[in-house]
Design a protein around this ligand. Sequence first.
Ligand code: F6R
Length: 607
Amino acid sequence: MCWIFAYVGETDSREKLVNGLKMLEYRGYDSAWMVGLTNSSEVFIEKAVGRVSALATKVASKSEDTKLYTTGIAHTRWATHGGVTEANTHPHVSTNERFYIVHNGIIENYKEIKASLESDHTFYSQTDTEVVAKLIESLYDGNLKSTMEKVAAKLVGAYSLAVIDRENPGTIVGIKLWSPLIVGEATDGIYISSDVNALAALAESYTILEDHEMIVIEDKKYSIFLAGEQVERASQEVEEGQKIDELWNFTSYTEKEIFDIPSVLENVWSGRINFETKEIKNETLDALAELDIDRICIISSGSSYYAGDIGGYFFRKFAGIPCQAIISSEFLADTFIPEKKTLYVFLSQSGETADVRESMKIVKAKGCMTFGIVNVVGSTIARMADYGLYSHAGVEVWVASTKNVIAQVWVLLMVAVALGKSRDMQISDVRDLIAELSELPDKISETLMQGPHIKKLAKKYSNYDDMFVLGRNYFYPVAGEASLKCKELSYIHCEAYSAGELKHGPLALVSPKFPTMVFNPMGKFYSKTVSNVQEVAAREGPILWFISKNDTHNELYTDTIELSETSELLSVFTGLVSSYLFALYLAEALWRDVDKPRNLAKSVTVE
Ligand code: F6R
């Protein structure tokens, strides 16, 4: 996957492109490149394997080149096809070296197009993007806009792409289908980007392109077209919350985002819940409560999947509605039986995850009801949904999703209670629950204050190569999310199981070298889980317990991390937060790059 950035203006593009790529780097950081054009068609090309900082160093080392490359395109790559090598890190260019392109997405029919072009062009890579560069040359009719209409008509797949023409500096044409493309206006020029966050620090306003639209930048102005007709659309002002925040005193953005969680909660419930009157008040929630639904299906990936799975317990418990959480790639792999009375809920931080987006397309094509819970405003999934609530977690800069998961779980809980209220849930129970939830920011702050203790334990557990994480009921998906975070940040092999399931096979792995983390707050399942963990203790497996503050069974425990007080519900949130700190400190103890874990990217727009 390649994330794209482009600039046309009065000044040199190179520093702007580097800055734009730095903002997009969280989406992929295997390699990066840029092409700049002067007004007299001189070309500047630079590329680097690895981080954008490597590209920035190379660009800076050419400071003796003082020409003004006022038109430029750039990309940062997360390798999908082909290794992370210098050879695979190159600007994609037509055979006549006239058209340079950047592309995010996948051209599904690139092999057929390539076959049709092979007699006239020699291909230097295996990529679909190179095929598009060659196609532009072969269809060129003297006008880049009409040529790109012809190109778009031939492409099957998902793409956002931007093209520059060496013979027309100052012009950029972009097209999009399914992949995001945003244009930003600033006093120093016009920008194109794969996301708003990368534009937020540079542009004053932005416009999100819709599918099949084309953007043409020329004569220092831009116009949007759909099927050849110009589209009038008001731009939106960049808001403060869309800008990537400073790191302040934190050692990583991941750490900062975990410590942001108490304030994130205030954004999430603002305009949705009134703690004084103990009421949930929100138009979308009211509209959902009116729907004739008898089942909920939650479709999402990764951390968003675990958030959805936790939500499933909420829907069953508070609303009495059957609910199933499904991994989006599995939804795509399975037979879809559309149900008109099912609400299909799509969870996504980025709003661009291809597996989720493609699942949503299938559901929508059958006329079923869709509801999106998305963080990035204006993203594809947010715009496709019939109903939606933003998770309002603020910008998540680097790879591991943390504060957004908490926000998603919170939104799911509100939806479950709103639906419950319109069914059998007693108003007094709703009010009690809201009163309980009002304590959450304080409980999370208490959890965060345990940082030094959790750090010490993480240091100890960083000596192991493998771990289990156990939980029951709500805490089964909490264990899944904890294990995902430990894996992706620390690279320690970590598997989640339902506490009751361990004895059915995985227990064979337990030994003094194979520890087990257990989420076991006081509640209905406390004793059962204790029994399961005693089976681990009997095999001399080290155990790290996540327990309630007032748990009195101290004799059981060797290592403990305290969750909130007695409430199981609040412990879901504090359990997630403490597991995030644990995973972070585990990774730090092993000297991992926590913001940029190996092999990963923030937003996965390929299936
Ligand atoms: C893990 C993580 C990923 C994402 C997954 C889905 O920390 O961030 O597992 O949760 O790629 O992404 P979104 O939520 O953007 O659809």
